[in-house]
Ligand binder design. Structure first.
Ligand code: FES
Length: 144
């Protein structure tokens, strides 16, 4: 077995795949979504890193996603990757989203970093749940 090289500048083991590094270095959909239809934020129970997700829903599908993540490189990369992955999905598809699907989709994560994909899956599902709650409360959401 070969040892993964260390990034001397950032101090983390450079064992990530190309897609992870690409999304980490060029994150998509980062930022704030004004007046979101649903939003949620959570901390990773393993490390305390934090993610906030805001979604716009049109015709029962995710039309837009924005996220803000304070975390490690895989947390940033999976936030970016998942935001692209679910755009266009139905809400039921997001309900079924798993961290494994994100980790596999992005080309795999080192075993000790698989927990980093938990945030993106959990917070996206929670943002959909928030949308559904607001949609059931007339007046909070505009016309259903
Ligand atoms: S170490 Fe916290 S999400 Fe990766």
């Amino acid at each position: 077995m070969t040892r993964a090289p260390r990034d001397s500048k950032n101090g983390f083991v450079a064992a990530y795949g190309d897609l992870v590094m690409e999304h980490f270095q060029n994150p998509r959909n980062a930022g704030e979504l004004p007046d979101p239809d649903g939003e949620a934020s959570k901390s990773n129970p393993v490390c305390g890193d934090r993610m906030r997700v805001m979604i716009r829903v049109e015709d029962g599908r995710i039309a837009e996603v924005r996220w803000q993540t304070r975390g490690c490189p895989p947390a940033i990369a999976t936030s970016s990757f998942a935001s692209e992955m679910v755009t266009g999905w139905t809400l039921d598809q997001v309900d079924a989203l798993t961290r494994e699907a994100i980790a596999e989709g992005i080309g795999g994560l080192p075993r000790d970093k698989v927990h980093c994909s938990v945030l993106a899956a959990d917070v996206l599902r929670a943002a959909v749940a928030d949308f559904r709650t607001k949609a059931r409360t007339p007046g909070d959401q505009g016309s259903p």
